[in-house]
Design a protein around this ligand. Structure first.
Ligand code: ATP
Ligand code: MG
Length: 385
């Protein structure tokens, strides 16, 4: 069956009143961007979205657009009982051809329509036609197939294959954030989670050049491509930090090095946040995962943040993060080896219980504002995916 169109639904919770048109516009724009040439038009219709003339890959693209609760290929009939019955039988026959089934249910709904027949009568009439016409059994508890009929205005949308969307809110509806993107497993997932809540991330990656190779940057370029399939859309920043790290190692106690690099990253991230109007900084930290992520160290590093520091993975287990990275599609890229700037000049004895005052004191040993300014100066913008 070539569907007449794809029909997408979104959750309406939290979208009441004045926020709703803004949300719907963003969803429509994001769908258009995700679909590109794979559909002719995207149209809002009474709390639903019609995707017209979908190409075969359109369905899969829609399942990566945040804000979509579910999507289904549908046939469209006139809002007329005979027309609905005929089309529903076609839909069921087609579903049977694709994956033979034994039992089914019919679920009709009406919204903003003059169509007078009740949903119950539609269910029964269509149910009888499929039962008798295709020799199938009705099972309302565990049907193999659900034939869904939505009657809206003067049209009926009929489908037998609803696919879940990713849920969440459209990218951009919450505002811009800076996301610290290493080449590891965690930060692509933390970025993805913030996108799912409507944030519009601008990624920044720090690398150890000239003391490391370009492997981490190359991985981040690929990770940005993967995030792009989920709606990441901004330019990103690549920041060479090797020289600044060398400066730090010259005067600071070695157990504090990694934490001082992190503080420098945060300050540079906030400098970039000011340039792009970002409202928060996101990291992939997870409590206790590594030495730099004890509560004490998070507090000591985070003490220099002036913007909200968001850590969407803070309470998530590594195993769960890895599962999510697989879903995002970032895992295989992240799992490749790379030269990491934080392991550059890595101490053998990293502090696990640093205090902010200790880090302040260490920072007094070098020209911190100059290092921040230098990193900001060297920051290179990279094109969006
Ligand atoms: P990840 O898998 O995201 O690298 P990780 O387990 O390796 O995380 P850390 O290396 O301690 O943890 O980093 C914690 C967080 O700090 C990262 O999730 C990321 O947000 C940020 N970060 C670390 N290194 C970099 C970097 N080189 N560039 C940008 N952000 C970084
Ligand atoms: Mg890392």
């Amino acid at each position: 069956m070539t569907p007449d169109l794809l029909l997408a639904h979104y959750h309406e919770i939290g979208l009441k009143g004045r926020n709703r048109p803004r949300f719907e516009r963003a969803l429509r724009e994001n769908l258009k961007r995700a679909l590109g040439d794979s559909a002719a038009r995207v149209r809002l219709v009474s709390g639903r979205v019609e995707i017209l003339e979908p190409k075969p890959d359109a369905l899969e693209r829609v399942t990566r657009v945040f804000g979509v609760a579910n999507v289904a290929p549908v046939l469209v009939a006139r809002a007329d009982l005979d027309a609905i019955v005929a089309t529903a039988v076609d839909v069921a026959r087609d579903a049977d051809r694709l994956t033979p089934f034994e039992t089914f249910e019919v679920r009709a709904r009406r919204a903003r329509t003059q169509f007078v027949t009740t949903s119950q009568v539609v269910n029964e009439t269509v149910g009888d036609a499929i039962r008798l016409g295709l020799s199938k059994r009705v099972d309302l508890r565990r049907p193999d197939v659900s034939v869904r009929i939505e009657i809206v205005h003067d049209k009926a949308y009929i489908s037998a294959a609803k696919v879940p969307g990713p849920g969440g809110l459209p990218v951009g509806t919450a505002g811009p954030v800076i996301t610290l993107l290493s080449a590891g497993i965690d930060s692509p997932v933390s970025t993805w989670r913030m996108m799912r809540r409507g944030a519009d991330p601008v990624a920044v990656h720090f690398h150890g050049q000239p003391f490391t190779d370009r492997s981490s940057e190359q991985k981040v370029t690929q990770l940005i491509e993967v995030l792009g399939r989920w709606g990441y859309r901004r330019p990103w920043w690549s920041v060479p930090m090797g020289e600044a790290q060398r400066e730090i190692t010259l005067s600071a106690p070695s157990p504090l090095r990694v934490l001082l690099y992190r503080r420098l990253m945060l300050r540079v991230a906030e400098g970039l946040a000011a340039r792009v109007g970002a409202l928060a900084v996101v990291t992939g930290e997870s409590l206790g995962q590594v030495a730099s992520q004890t509560l004490e160290n998070m507090a000591a590093v985070g003490a220099v943040a002036t913007l909200p520091l968001l850590r969407p993975l803070v309470g998530t287990d590594k195993v769960e993060i890895i599962d999510e990275a697989r879903r995002v599609g970032s895992y295989d890229i992240s799992a490749e080896a790379h030269q990491d700037c934080c392991t550059l000049f890595e101490p053998r004895d990293p502090a696990t219980h640093a205090r902010a005052a200790e880090l302040d004191e260490a920072e007094a040993g070098y020209d911190l504002p100059a290092l921040v300014a230098d990193c900001l100066e060297r920051a290179e913008p990279r094109p969006p995916p």
